[in-house]
Design a protein around this ligand. Structure first.
Ligand code: PDD
Length: 282
């Protein structure tokens, strides 16, 4: 099965090769996107490509092709792979060159696209609810860039998982920013509250969709940082991401929310999200 595109060619994933001098490997010098595939269609591919372009601009990385060509490759790869439900991983690095910190003069960017299936059983289970742990946000000041530099996220996620929690939720000072690989929504006073667009969070595509669906359904949304102090007054909390979609968090730091069942607004958002999916990916 051809499930991989690398620098102009289609491959079976185990046959694709990159150089040991690739700057993605040596420095994490690159950017990425993860896009979901439902029923043989990409979900919100346009928004993901637009964010890829923003990440490229902010890291002075020249995309190897026009965005429209990348979009065509995404569709060609999906067709070749025969995958109906899964995800696309897309990564662009500054290319391969002898190791120097500064940008090499002559290096063509490396572009990798890979489609794969997702563990739907696990995801279905998560929809009932998961647990989370708060941890200090020790990341840099450009969390809006979807960069390959994920070490703080990896360490936080590992700490959460090793202690039996599903997600790590970052706290900067007193402010909840986002999850290790998700955005966070808190229901306070019947209002959906989520961190504002800033350098402190990745502007999640799922977050955008949730905000749009809530607005259409007349559910008030407030974009501001929720503080740790406010958490005990939260009636519901959920995380969003391309992979997790809308996943209820039933307890945080061992403190139970809504009697450990997904709340009403969370359930409503999950239903609206499923409706949107089935409309846009049929
Ligand atoms: N991560 N915040 C962070 C730090 C993330 O890594 C992600 C997604 C999100 C949610 O963004 P979106 O809704 O666009 O997926 C927020 C992907 C799924 C990953 O790294 O695998």
């Amino acid at each position: 099965m051809l499930d991989t595109f690398l620098n102009g060619e289609y491959y079976k994933s185990d046959e694709a090769r990159v150089s040991i001098e690739d700057r993605g490997f040596l420095f994490g010098d690159g950017i990425y996107e993860v896009v979901r595939i439902y029923n043989g269609h990409y979900f919100e591919l346009g928004q993901h490509l637009a964010r890829l372009e923003r990440s490229a601009r902010k890291t002075f990385l020249t995309l190897p092709y026009e965005l429209s060509r990348i979009e065509t490759i995404c569709h060609e790869l999906l067709q070749k792979s025969g995958i109906a439900n899964g995800k696309l991983y897309m990564q662009i690095t500054r290319g391969s060159a002898p190791r120097t910190h500064e940008f090499p003069l002559e290096a063509a960017p490396t572009i990798l696209l890979k489609v794969s299936e997702v563990n739907e059983n696990q995801l279905r289970k998560n929809k009932i609810g998961v647990t989370a742990l708060t941890l200090p946000d020790e990341r840099w000041n450009h969390c809006d860039i979807k960069s390959l530099n994920l070490l703080p996220n990896v360490l936080a996620k590992q700490q959460a998982r090793s202690q039996g929690y599903y997600e790590a939720i970052f706290v900067h000072g007193q402010e909840i920013t986002e999850g290790a690989s998700s955005n966070v929504f808190v229901v306070l006073d019947h209002k959906l509250t989520t961190a504002p667009e800033s350098n402190r969070i990745l502007l999640g595509i799922t977050r955008n969709v949730v905000i749009e669906l809530a607005a259409e359904a007349g559910i008030p949304v407030e974009e501001r940082f929720v503080t740790l102090e406010e958490l005990p007054t939260a009636s519901e909390l959920f995380i969003t991401s391309t992979v997790d979609e809308i996943t209820p968090v039933l307890s945080i730091d061992g403190h139970t929310l809504n009697g450990a069942v997904a709340g009403e607004i969370t359930g409503q958002m999950q239903t609206l999200f499923q409706q949107k999916l089935s409309m846009s990916c049929r």
